[in-house]
Design a protein around this ligand. Structure first.
Ligand code: ADP
Ligand code: ASP
Ligand code: MG
Length: 264
C-alpha cells in the first residue's frame, strides 16, 4: 500500500512574505508525505499591515458603489508581484491579476473578489513547490443553502490521483453553475479538512502563528499553556466559543475519517 499523505494548510501569516513562503517550502520538503498544500491569502506582515482578503473586500465594495478601485488594486497587485520577485519565480501573474481586476470592476460578487486572494496566492505557492495547481472552484462544490456537496470528495480524489504535490487554494469553491462561493472568514481551515478527508490523509497539519491549541487566546493571556491532546468535540466547542485558531466548521470533515488535526 502506498504511503498515506499529509495535508498541510498554511494560514495568512505563514504566507505573508517571501521569507515566510520559503519556510513553507522547507516544511514541505522536510517530509515527502506532505503532498497536499492548502494556502491562505497573504495576511499581515506586521500589526499595521492589511490582509489581502480585506483589501479585496474593500475593492469589491468600491466597485459596487461605482467608485475607482485602482488605488486599492495597485496595493493588491504590488503585494503579489512583490512576492513573485522576492522568491525569484519565473511566473507571469499579470494575466490573472488583470482578469480579477476586470471582473471586480465589472460587478463580480464579493465572494469572487475575496476568493482571488487564495486563488492567486496558490499560483505562487505552487510555483515555489513545483506542485500541480488545482482551482478550488473545480473541486470544492457547494449545494443548496451553501452546504458542502459530498461530490466534492470524489472530485478532489479524481483530480489528485497521481503522485506528486498539489496546491488547492483555501477558502472558496463554487456551486454547480461554477459561481464562486466562499466559506466564512478563516475558511481555509475548512478547505484543508475537506482535502484531508478526500485523500484519506494520515494527518491534517494546520500551520499557523501559534504552536498548538492553547488554554486560551494568547493575545489575552500570553503565557497560556498548550493543550497537548484534545477530542474533536472539545476542539469544536473551543472553536465555536471563539478560539479563532481553527474555524469551527473545520473539525467535521477530518473527524468523519478519524484524521488527527495537528495545529503546528
Ligand atoms: P491563520 O491565519 O494561520 O489561520 P488565525 O489568526 O486564524 O491564523 O489563528 C491563529 C490565532 O488564533 C493565534 O494567533 C491566536 O491569537 C488565536 N487564538 C485564539 N484562541 C486561541 C487558542 N485557544 N489557542 C491558540 N490560538 C488561539
Ligand atoms: N483569507 C480568508 C480570510 O481572511 C480565509 C482564511 O484566511 O482562512 O478570512
Ligand atoms: Mg485562521
Amino acid at each position: 500500500m502506498s504511503q498515506q499523505p499529509i495535508v498541510c494548510k498554511f494560514g495568512g501569516t505563514s504566507v505573508a512574505s517571501g521569507d515566510q513562503i520559503r519556510k513553507v517550502a522547507e516544511i514541505i520538503d522536510a517530509d515527502p508525505r506532505r503532498r497536499f498544500i492548502v494556502p491562505s491569502a497573504p495576511g499581515k506582515r506586521s500589526p499595521e499591515d492589511t490582509k489581502i482578503t480585506d483589501l479585496l473586500y474593500l475593492a469589491h465594495d468600491l466597485a459596487r458603489k461605482g467608485q475607482a478601485i485602482e488605488a486599492v488594486w495597485d496595493q493588491i497587485a504590488a503585494r503579489f508581484l512583490g512576492l513573485v520577485a522576492e522568491l525569484g519565480l519565473d511566473l507571469d501573474l499579470q494575466p490573472v491579476l488583470d482578469e480579477a481586476a476586470a471582473e471586480i470592476k465589472g460587478g463580480a460578487s464579493a465572494a469572487y473578489a475575496a476568493s482571488r486572494g487564495e486563488a492567486i496566492n496558490g499560483h505562487i505557492v505552487a510555483g515555489i513547490l513545483d506542485a500541480t495547481y488545482i482551482d478550488s472552484a473545480e473541486v470544492i462544490r457547494f449545494g443548496k443553502g451553501r452546504r458542502l456537496d459530498p461530490l466534492t470528495y470524489e472530485l478532489i480524489a479524481d483530480r489528485c490521483s497521481e503522485s506528486g504535490r498539489y496546491v488547492i487554494p483555501g477558502f472558496y469553491g463554487a456551486d454547480r453553475h461554477g459561481t464562486v462561493v466562499t466559506f466564512s472568514r478563516g475558511g481555509s481551515d475548512v478547505t484543508g479538512s475537506i482535502v484531508a478527508n478526500a485523500v484519506d490523509a494520515e494527518s491534517y497539519e494546520n500551520w499557523t502563528d501559534v504552536s498548538g491549541v492553547l488554554m486560551t487566546d494568547p493575545r489575552i493571556v500570553p503565557e497560556a499553556a498548550t493543550i497537548q491532546e484534545i477530542t474533536y468535540k472539545e476542539l469544536r466547542e473551543l472553536a465555536y466559543m471563539g478560539a479563532s485558531v481553527l474555524h469551527e466548521e473545520a473539525v467535521f470533515p477530518a473527524r468523519e475519517q478519524g484524521i488527527p488535526i495537528n495545529i503546528r
